[in-house]
Write a protein that binds this ligand. Structure first.
Ligand SMILES: [Zn+2]
Length: 119
């Protein structure tokens, strides 16, 4: 069931702030090495669906393995509120960390498992 809402979010210290049209029914929990350690829950969106209010270029970029994904994080508070990559169709994609959205009850969500470990 599509449930797209315009939500705001960002890192812990407030250096990074964004708004995004997020469908929380499509949230994903990935089992890859970095998502396991970060405890992130993601919503993958076309980049155009995310509007940065501040901090888009203040973040640092962490990459590993195939280095296709950019695991952005705030250099001040360390929180990774979004990541960048490209979808299978080559479209620029932003994964918003659902746990970094304002006033979200993550316990009410039913995220789908994603087998990033096998990629
Ligand atoms: Zn921060």
């Amino acid at each position: 069931m599509a449930d797209t809402k315009r939500l705001s979010g960002g890192c812990h210290c407030g250096a990074v702030r964004f708004e995004a049209a997020v469908d929380l029914s499509q949230a994903i929990v990935c089992n890859c090495s970095i998502c396991m350690k970060r405890g992130a829950m993601w919503s993958f969106l076309p980049a155009a669906q995310v509007t940065f209010l501040k901090g888009e270029n203040a973040v640092h970029d962490y990459q590993f393995a195939a280095k296709k994904l950019h695991h952005m994080f705030c250099p001040n508070c360390g929180v990774g509120s979004f990541s960048r990559g490209r979808g299978p169709d080559g479209q620029e994609t932003i994964a918003v960390n659902v746990r970094c959205l304002d006033e979200i009850d993550v316990t009410a969500l039913k995220p789908m498992p994603f087998d990033g470990k096998s990629l």
